[in-house]
Design a protein around this ligand. Structure first.
Ligand code: BDR
Ligand code: CA
Length: 315
């Protein structure tokens, strides 16, 4: 996983750390919701709470390839993870930079690895440009980002892509060139798996540090947005790896808007009846055909998350 922990990245990490069908090989950190030093601390703390100190954590890019970093503390709290005062760790990250850690993990994996970025794709783009051969180890990319419809960072663009549009463009382009299948878990489905305040309370009182953290993260979001329920957010992308039948995907051409006055960072998802005559790309790049998640059984994913963290995981 590549994360910018992040309240909902923490929800995603807990699921990946605790689900028995996921073999979590490494987590790399990137600046996004907050600065990369804090993202790394948050990530190490979540994995320690989940009892997964065995998972290496790599610190990666501080800022996007071109843009200045724009954090989202107004959404995720001052520490980027809900300002829960009991959550911290003394554990240090792996000495390797995230890009080197990714290279080593992909190079040594016995079978193809699923890459799950739930953050701006700066680290993955740097990997693709620095160690292109490492991508041989990638079997699929399932990323949280983009949208066919509305944005959130702007009216047009979803935060992760908006934060580093060039990085997303590089990753989609390289994946298309190499025939790596990509699933886009974007805003069209992101808000649907929801957990209620009552379910969160039940988690908090379930008695482990992991259930307490999960419940308090949901409660933080309910408070912040004045709602009785909150999305599990990035955790839905991990659900899509464990249980791909919980989403309905359509294979569509996707391009990232790199210019635009009001549309920079938008993922242009071509939903026209497609006959193979795509708009001409002046650079001759391969068309990125992406499995775009447009439908979801939100309750199914919310239950998968609750059951796994509560101790009764389903496949
Ligand atoms: C995405 O941006 C971040 O705020 C969340 O962690 C998620 O990855 C949603 O646009
Ligand atoms: Ca995120």
């Amino acid at each position: 996983m590549d994360v910018d922990t992040g309240v909902d990245d923490a929800c995603a990490l807990l699921l990946a750390a605790l689900h028995p069908e996921i073999e979590l090989r490494a987590v790399t950190c990137v600046g996004g919701n907050t600065d990369v030093a804090q993202v790394t601390r948050n990530t190490l703390a979540v994995l320690e709470i989940a009892g997964r100190e065995d998972v290496p954590v790599g610190r990666g890019a501080e800022r996007p390839l071109i843009e200045r970093a724009v954090h989202a503390r107004h959404v995720h709290g001052d520490d980027g993870m809900g300002d829960l005062d009991w959550v911290h760790t003394d554990r240090q990250p792996d000495p390797r930079h995230a890009v080197e850690l990714l290279r080593d993990v992909l190079g040594s994996a016995p079978e193809p690895v699923t890459l799950v970025p739930t953050a701006p794709m700066t680290n993955v783009a740097l990997l693709a440009r620095t160690y292109p051969d490492a991508l041989r180890g990638v079997g699929r990319i399932v990323f949280m980002g983009g949208a066919a419809q509305r944005g959130n960072a702007t009216a047009s663009a979803e935060f992760n892509v908006f934060h580093d549009p060039e990085a997303t463009a590089i990753v989609l382009d390289v994946a298309a060139e190499r025939g790596i299948p990509v699933t886009m878990y974007g805003l069209d489905v992101f808000y649907e798996p929801k957990v209620s305040r009552a379910e969160a309370r039940q988690l908090v009182s379930s008695g482990t540090d992991a259930t307490r953290l999960a419940g308090e993260l949901v409660e933080f979001q309910c408070e912040r947005f004045g709602s009785d329920e909150a999305t599990i957010g990035d955790a839905g992308a991990v659900c899509a790896v464990i249980d791909p039948e919980g989403i309905g995907t359509t294979e569509l051409p996707v391009r990232v808007e790199l210019a635009g006055t009001w549309s920079r960072g938008r993922t242009i998802v071509d939903v026209r009846d497609w006959s193979g005559d795509l708009d001409h790309d002046p650079h001759g790049r391969a068309d990125a055909m992406i499995d775009v998640a447009l439908e979801i059984d939100g309750r199914r994913y919310a239950d998968l998350w609750l059951d796994t963290i509560g101790g009764t995981p389903r496949g």
